[in-house]
Ligand binder design. Structure first.
Ligand code: NAI
Length: 492
């Protein structure tokens, strides 16, 4: 079932040494858009040595639970360069997304999504000159997929943001700006609410900005960013953001320029780069020769630039721009007389060597930040123990819970300081109207830091556990004089 060509198939020698890449045609419309894309890369003079590999539906059906067979993983590890069609995610079988597997397995930490107004594509924003890039953190945040049912009625998803992940993605955004001659980089966060997670991204951005004095660096709250993107999309140049924010913002921005058919992307890591259209396998139109291949072609153009084949990248880009300028388009684009995928590709092929009225941007190779874990690690000067938060499941009234836990604490060095429910203080009573669910954060503080020991925490948990089910514990510390935990809404 697996179709892997281990001996590379040389497309076109050109003048450059061939870039060795893994091609995964993908599911649904994947093969229909991949074939003409590869042919056009060749026609544009790209020099490529291809290993064909498989992932997605056929692999799931063959019993590969990750959707990515061992041979494909070996090919990607060997070539470090992938052009990928869309991969279907199985529904209901519990199978993970093969796309996410590939991104995470190869630590492609930055997802680059350029958004540019295309000629001949009518949108409400046509003529505004939209030309921006979203740089989305690609492996962390809520998409780490660490979820637990805390109680039968309360679900939790961990939002993990690391200093390493933040430094890598913000520096990639600055480097990309330099490589493309862009002058403005905005970091979009929700740091006003999530001061530690989203705040870390903002702080690392502001620290990195000092090394890029030639670029205007600014912070924008992500909700306002969404608003500004719709009102003044032309005012943005590069936007760097966390994984989930980037997922949403980049779909919004692709909508501004004509939709998924025009949204390419690159997943960049230090050792592997994966280029793919943002859209999925479009099962509703698969096999009908009507899909828009532009997004995959634009992804291929990004790939060519990534490997330094700037000439063939520009040749293909200009042919594509000419085709769209001439009004040739597939059925997803509003307008008369849509053409098939193959006719569109043939039209691009006919225009190889022509230049459109829309210029290609100047591109230099992106210098990816080579930051490793020890580089990003910050050794704290002081860590002062302050207490523990114990998360408890109960249907007790909060006054009864508070009185009970206060009593329990009397046989430990800890003192109950507050209880919150979904982040709002409910004990001591604040007069608020919180409708409590069965998931309470119970904050126990310590007055003498020397009595904060592993044993004293076990003792506290044992005493709580005798009366309530507890789900997890967080240790509370002050690091370099700053609390490493958030205060509850209404906590004094
Ligand atoms: P989708 O992007 O495949 O389709 C959404 C809509 O856009 C459909 O109406 C489709 O016909 C249309 N569309 C998408 N690409 C098009 C193109 N190139 N030309 C013309 N029309 C196009 O999203 P959907 O339906 O949610 O997902 C289908 C499958 O693809 C799922 O299994 C999903 O998990 C997978 N997927 C894979 C991605 C990847 O490989 N990176 C990304 C997104 C979804």
């Amino acid at each position: 079932m697996l179709m892997l060509m281990t001996s590379p198939h040389i497309l076109n020698d050109g003048n450059a040494s061939p870039a060795v890449l893994t091609v995964i045609a993908g599911d649904g419309i994947g093969p229909e858009i991949m074939k003409p894309t590869l042919e056009l890369m060749q026609a544009a003079g790209a020099s490529l040595a291809i290993e064909y590999a498989e992932a997605g539906t056929a692999s799931f059906e063959a019993g590969v639970t990750s959707g990515v067979p061992e041979e494909t993983i070996e090919s990607v590890a060997r070539t470090g360069l992938v052009l990928k069609g869309p991969l279907m995610t199985p529904i209901g079988s519990g199978g993970k997304s093969a796309n996410v597997t590939l991104r995470k397995l190869f630590e492609t930490f930055a997802n680059i999504r350029p958004v540019r107004e295309m000629p001949g594509v009518p949108t409400p924003f046509a003529g505004r000159g939209i030309d921006l890039v979203i740089v989305r953190e690609n492996v962390e945040d809520l998409y780490a997929g660490i979820e637990h049912m805390q109680t039968p009625d309360v679900a939790q998803c961990l939002k993990l943001i690391s200093r390493l992940g933040s430094q890598r993605v913000v520096r990639t955004a600055f480097e990309l700006a330099r490589a493309e001659g862009r002058k403005d980089v905005a970091v979009a966060t929700k740091a006003n609410i999530m001061k530690m997670t989203e705040g870390m991204l903002q702080r690392e951005f502001e620290a990195a900005a000092k090394d890029y004095p030639d670029i205007n660096a600014r912070h924008v709250l992500v909700d306002n960013c969404a608003h500004l993107l719709v009102r003044y999309p032309e005012s943005f140049d590069v936007i760097v953001t966390s994984n989930m924010n980037g997922d949403i913002l980049s779909d919004l921005t692709s909508g501004l320029v004509g939709g998924l058919g025009f949204a390419p992307s690159a997943n960049l890591g230090n050792r592997v780069a994966i280029f793919e259209a943002v859209h999925g396998s479009a099962p509703d139109i698969a096999g009908r020769d009507i899909a828009n291949p532009t997004a995959l072609m634009m992804s291929a153009i990004m790939l060519l630039r990534h490997v330094g084949q700037f000439g063939s990248a520009e040749t293909l880009e200009q042919a594509l721009l000419c085709t769209l300028s001439d009004g040739v388009h597939t059925g997803d684009v509003p307008g008369e007389s849509p053409v098939s995928t193959s006719a569109f590709a043939a039209a691009v092929g006919d225009r190889i060597g022509r230049r459109s009225a829309v210029a290609s941007r100047e591109h230099q190779p992106i210098v990816l930040p080579q930051i490793s874990r020890p580089d990003a690690r910050r050794e704290p000067g002081s860590r002062v123990k302050k207490g523990v938060d114990v998360f408890v499941e109960t249907t007790q009234e909060v006054d009864q819970l508070g009185a009970g836990l206060e009593q329990i604490a009397t046989v430990t060095p800890y003192r109950l300081s507050m209880i919150s429910n979904r982040g709002t203080v409910v004990w001591p009573n604040t007069g608020g109207m919180t409708e409590c669910v069965d998931h309470f954060r119970c904050r126990f503080v310590i007055d003498d830091a020397s009595t904060w020991t592993e044993e004293s925490i076990y003792g506290l948990l044992k005493a709580i556990g005798a009366q309530h089910r507890w789900m997890h514990v967080e240790k509370l510390e002050e690091v370099d004089g700053v609390a490493s935990y958030s205060r509850a809404q209404g906590e004094r």
